[in-house]
Ligand binder design. Structure first.
Ligand code: TEU
Ligand code: CA
Length: 556
């Protein structure tokens, strides 16, 4: 397999609004990030993925952009951005920008023009359709954030398409002018010296011309078959590659919800000239009881089967991202591990071991390296996220479920779990701000915070540091071939990685129970690479403690 720096890197995602506030207005900002670069350098990460910092009215926290070449006022200025880029580069840290080009904000100048008249030069930048009348949209598609995917605009008496909120109109990628504008904007950022793009819902940029009703789930029809992996998506990405990406030494990762391994080989194949890697969701989906909402964990066997399929099918041909959480997912330790105090640290380290030893580029979401947990929401008034607010209304207030049934589900999966401020120390507001944070700080900041963990060599933080360092010293972690063992086990996730003369055995106990384990013969007595607790790792048969994880490494 071809070597590449972005395969060997570890990426750290920053959600700027919740990372660090430098001026006491309760909102994280660019100077706040600059003030914590030493922390990130110490952790050892190579790349920052910066969630959107562009000018935005914040209907969806920056995923609704009104100017791609300006910075959100609350976050700072372009001068602050340049300072951040410089300061990061000085420390050997690269910066990957979030690129949100499936849609813009309705306050973007293109859309302001587009809605003015049917013959406006920008009309065709967006997707406009007639409906039978002002109450009946062109088809039954539902938006990701609830309600119809069509918004009636009285100015011209037509509907525009928005797969997300009504303040996020979808761009019309079939218009060559739109593609040219986007590619020019991307080149502008590349010339500035940024190091890559994470491409928001990039699999949705090409829509079918025909837009029939979709299969109804709940109240609305599914746009999936007509908008996701649409007819021209690969052509447009190849064009983007040729016009922009290929000219720079940057990394690209495509957020490709609903992608199969077959499609991933096209999006992120070694020789397909589209993207470097996909960011796919199969292992964090499929647990929903009501839409995406649930209060139940996926069975371990399902999780293993999904992750293993991605490991084997992409091997040698395409590249994947590795993650347990991001700004759209609940906290990993609460979801896949165990956030009860006696198990939190062990299970956070176990999950980290399991993920970082797989093949792919690992992503750490801010606070994950501290083992931050889900938030104890008390009522719907605690939500800030448009998705959670709308979902509560749709399912409970106007819908079919009682609060008692829906509440455990929405609090288990709400995106706001990931968006509470990073817990820096045990001072008020966890050291995130001297003011009132835009979203409450998790009250457990007194126990779980960066100051305490950087001072404690046994912390989750130091465990992540060690995993990152091991990746640099052991090419087998990056390039080794994967094999799953004990597939049927409902407690243990065990696999090997092999490269040349080196072989790793990775053993993770996903259960809160002691679990017996017979070490495969070839590994009995092999040296220990890392473990999250003390045990006798030279034995042939062991009793694994709750959430124990370890890695042995042998020479063949
Ligand atoms: O998310 C896209 C996506 O696939 C969503 O459906 C995601 O699963 C969602 O959060 C539902 O839980 C991206 C961004 O990551 C997200 O923050 C944005 O809200 C969305 O695109 C629109 O830009
Ligand atoms: Ca601020």
């Amino acid at each position: 397999m071809n070597r590449a720096w972005w395969k060997e890197a570890v990426i750290y995602q920053i959600y700027p609004r919740s990372f660090m506030d430098s001026n006491g207005d309760g909102i994280g900002d660019l100077q706040g990030i600059i003030s914590r670069l030493d922390y990130l350098e110490y952790l050892g990460i190579d790349v920052i993925w910066l969630s959107p910092v562009y000018k935005s009215p914040n209907d969806d926290n920056g995923y609704d952009i009104s100017d791609y070449q300006d910075i959100m006022e609350e976050f700072g200025t372009m001068t602050d951005f340049d300072q951040l880029l410089n300061a990061a580069h000085k420390r050997g840290i690269r910066i990957v920008m979030d690129l949100v080009v499936n849609h813009t904000s309705d306050e973007h100048r293109w859309f302001v023009e587009s809605r003015k008249s049917v013959d406006n030069p920008y009309r065709d930048y967006y997707i406009w359709r007639e409906g039978p009348d002002a109450q009946t949209p062109p088809n039954n598609w539902g938006s990701c954030f609830g309600g119809s995917a069509w918004e009636f605009d009285s100015e011209t008496g037509m509907y525009y398409l928005h797969l997300f909120s009504r303040k996020q109109p979808d761009l019309n990628w079939d218009n060559p002018e739109v593609r040219r504008e986007v590619f020019d904007m991307m080149s502008w950022w590349c010339e500035k010296g940024i190091d890559g793009f994470r491409m928001d819902v990039i699999s949705m940029i090409s829509k079918t011309k025909e837009m029939p009703d979709g299969e109804v789930h709940g109240l609305y029809g599914d746009y999936g078959p007509y908008c996701v992996h649409g007819p021209n998506v690969h052509r447009y990405l190849q064009e983007m590659n040729e016009k922009v990406l290929a000219k720079y030494d940057i990394m690209t990762v495509g957020e490709t919800a609903g992608v199969t391994t077959e499609l991933a080989k096209q999006y992120a194949g070694e020789n397909t000239h589209e993207l470097n890697m996909v960011f796919q969701f199969e292992h964090v989906e499929g647990d929903g009881k009501y839409g995406k909402w649930t209060d139940e964990k996926l069975p371990l066997t399902t999780l293993k089967d999904t992750l293993s399929r991605w490991q084997t099918e992409l091997y040698g041909t395409a590249w994947n991202s590795l993650f347990w959480n991001n700004h759209d997912q609940p906290r990993a330790v609460s979801r896949f591990g165990d956030d009860r105090p006696q198990y939190r640290e062990a299970s956070a380290k176990m999950l980290a071991t399991c993920l970082h030893m797989l093949q792919g580029t690992p992503y750490i979401y801010q606070g994950e390296e501290l083992g931050m947990t889900n938030y104890p929401f008390e009522g719907p008034q605690d939500f800030r996220d448009i998705e959670s607010i709308n979902a509560y209304k749709e399912w409970c207030v106007h819908g079919v479920l009682s609060h008692e049934v829906f509440w455990p589900c929405i609090t288990f999966k709400s995106r706001d779990n990931a968006r509470t401020p990073v817990q820096w120390d045990d001072s008020p507001q966890g050291g995130f701000t001297t003011g009132t944070p835009w979203i409450p700080v998790n009250p457990n900041y007194r126990e779980i915070n960066a100051r305490a963990e950087t001072a404690d060599p046994g912390s989750v933080f130091h465990y992540y540091r060690k995993l990152i360092a091991l990746r640099k010293q052991n090419p087998v972690i990056v390039y080794g071939k994967y094999e799953l063992l004990f597939r049927e086990s409902q407690e243990l996730f065990v696999y090997t990685r092999t490269l040349g003369q080196e072989k790793l055995l990775v053993v993770c106990n996903f259960s809160p129970r002691e679990t017996p384990f017979a070490v495969p013969d070839e590994f009995v007595g092999a040296p220990l690479l890392i473990s999250n607790m003390e045990n006798a790792y030279d034995r042939a048969v062991m009793d694994l403690k709750p959430y124990e994880a370890f890695v042995l490494k042998k020479n063949l």
